[in-house]
Design a protein around this ligand. Structure first.
Ligand SMILES: *Cc1c(COP(=O)(O)O)cnc(C)c1O
Length: 402
C-alpha cells in the first residue's frame, strides 16, 4: 500500500544522501494537510518530522515553508507533498515548492495517492518529484483491504535508482549491487496474486481510456461540487473556482444552527442507500467526497439529491419545524427492526424515515443492519467477547451457520 511506498522512497532518499556524505540530512518537512502515513513513514525511515502550516485556502503556507526551509536547510532531507492536495485542490505553486527544496539540498517525495487526478494528464517528475508511489488500490483497481500483503510500487528519478531496494533471491543489476538500500519486504515483488489486476486494468483501458478516466474523475467531482455549492459550503477550491478529483463539504456550521454534525449526515445517508463519504479527514467535522470515474451520472445525481434532501431536513430543524434532538438525522440510520417496532413515537413518519425520496423504494432499498451506536464509546472501550472453549466443541459447520 502507499505507506510501504513512502517508506521505500524515503529510505532511497536517505541512502542517496548518505552516499553523498550527507547523512546529517534528516529533517523531513510535511504539510499539516498530509495523510497520517506521511509522518509515520518519515519516522520509520529515521527522519525528523517538521510540520508546515497550511493557509486558509488549503494550500501549503509558502511563507511558513520558506521559514522552515531556512531554519533547517543544513539538515534538510526531504519534503513530502501530496498533489493534488488532500484538500482537493491542484496547488498552483507546486513547482515553486519543489524548487525551493532542491535549492536547499533536499529531495521531493510526492505522495501519489491522488494519481487518479493525474494519470495521462501530467507527470509528477515534471514539476519536481524525485520519488512517488502509486496506490494501486486507489488508482489502479486492486481491492481495498483484505487484498493480502499490499505493495507500494514507486517511481524514482535516475539519480535515486541505484539506491532502490534489493532482495536476496533477486539478481541485482551490477550497478545497484553495492548501493541498494537493502531489503525492505519479505516478498521481492510484492503480492503477485493481485498485481495482475492493475496490469489488466491498464491494458484494457489503454492510454486513451486512462486519460478519459482521469478526466471523468475530475469532471464528476466538479459536477457534484457545482450541484451542491448553493446548499453547502465547498471548503476549498482553486483560484478559478474548480476542485480537483475530490472536494470537502463543510457541515460544521450546522452544529450551531441545527445541532447537526458530520456523523449525523453520514448516518442519514445510509437511509438514502449510500455509504458515507470520508468523514473528518483531512479536516475534522467535514465530509470529503471523491466520486471517482466509476459511477454514472444517474448515481451522482441520486447522491446529490440525497444530500440536498438532507440539507432540507437540516433546514427543518434550523427553522423550528423539526425537533433538534429527535429528528431523522439524529435517529439515523433506521434499520428494519426500528421501522417495524410496535411503538413509534417520533415526530416524523416511519415512511419518511425509511423512504425519504422516490428513488429509495421498498424493492431496491439497502437496509442498514443496525441503528445508531455510540461510536466514541466503541472506539474507547475494547470489547472482548472471549468465548469459552466449549463454544468450539460443536462441529465447525454448525458454528458457521449459527
Ligand atoms: C490513502 C493515502 C495514503 C496511504 O495510502 P495506503 O495505501 O492506505 O497506505 C497516503 N497519502 C494519502 C494522501 C492518501 O490518501
Amino acid at each position: 500500500f502507499g505507506a510501504q511506498g513512502e517508506y521505500a522512497g524515503l529510505a532511497a532518499i536517505k541512502a542517496y544522501l548518505n552516499s553523498k556524505g550527507e547523512s546529517h540530512r534528516t529533517v523531513c518537512l510535511i504539510p499539516k494537510s498530509a495523510h497520517g502515513t506521511n509522518p509515520a513513514s518519515a519516522q520509520m525511515a529515521g527522519m525528523k518530522v517538521q510540520v508546515v502550516e497550511v493557509d486558509k485556502d488549503g494550500n501549503i503556507d509558502v511563507s511558513h515553508l520558506k521559514a522552515m526551509v531556512d531554519k533547517h536547510k543544513a539538515n534538510l532531507a526531504a519534503i513530502m507533498i501530496t498533489y493534488p492536495s488532500t484538500n482537493g485542490v491542484f496547488e498552483e505553486n507546486v513547482r515553486e515548492v519543489c524548487e525551493l527544496i532542491h535549492q536547499n539540498g533536499g529531495q521531493v517525495y510526492l505522495d501519489g495517492a491522488n494519481m487518479n487526478a493525474q494519470v495521462g494528464l501530467c507527470r509528477p517528475g515534471d514539476y519536481g518529484s524525485d520519488v512517488s508511489h502509486l496506490n494501486l488500490h486507489k488508482t489502479f483497481c486492486i481491492p481495498h483491504g483484505g487484498g493480502g500483503p499490499g505493495m507500494g510500487p514507486i517511481g524514482v528519478k535516475l539519480h535515486l535508482a541505484p539506491f532502490l531496494p534489493s532482495h536476496p533471491v533477486v539478481n541485482m543489476q551490477s550497478s545497484n549491487a553495492g548501493s541498494s538500500l537493502g531489503t525492505i519486504s519479505a516478498a521481492p515483488w510484492g503480492s503477485s496474486a493481485i498485481l495482475p489486476i492493475s496490469w489488466a486494468y491498464i491494458k484494457m483501458m489503454g492510454s486513451k481510456g486512462l486519460v478519459h478516466a482521469t478526466e471523468v474523475a475530475i469532471l464528476n467531482a466538479n459536477y457534484m461540487a457545482k450541484r451542491l455549492e448553493n446548499h453547502y459550503k465547498i471548503l476549498f477550491r482553486g483560484s478559478k473556482g474548480f476542485v480537483a478529483h475530490e472536494f470537502i463539504l463543510d457541515v460544521r456550521p450546522f452544529k450551531k444552527s441545527a445541532n447537526i454534525e458530520a456523523v449525523d449526515v453520514a448516518k442519514r445517508l445510509q437511509d438514502y442507500g449510500f455509504h458515507a463519504p470520508t468523514m473528518s479527514w483531512p479536516v475534522a467535522g467535514t465530509l470529503m467526497i471523491e466520486p471517482t470515474e466509476s459511477e454514472d451520472k444517474a448515481e451522482l445525481d441520486r447522491f446529490c439529491d440525497s444530500l440536498l434532501a438532507i440539507r432540507q431536513e437540516i433546514a427543518d430543524i434550523e427553522e423550528g419545524r423539526m425537533d433538534s434532538r429527535v429528528n431523522p438525522l439524529k435517529m439515523a440510520p433506521h434499520s428494519l427492526a426500528c421501522i417495524t417496532s410496535t411503538t413509534w413515537n417520533r415526530p416524523y413518519s416511519r415512511e419518511y424515515a425509511a423512504f425519504p425520496v422516490p428513488f429509495v423504494r421498498p424493492e431496491t432499498k439497502f437496509w442498514p443492519t443496525i441503528s445508531r451506536i455510540d461510536d466514541i464509546y466503541g472506539d474507547q472501550h475494547l470489547v472482548c467477547t472471549c468465548p469459552p472453549m466449549d463454544v468450539y466443541e460443536s462441529p465447525y459447520e454448525e458454528r458457521a451457520s449459527s
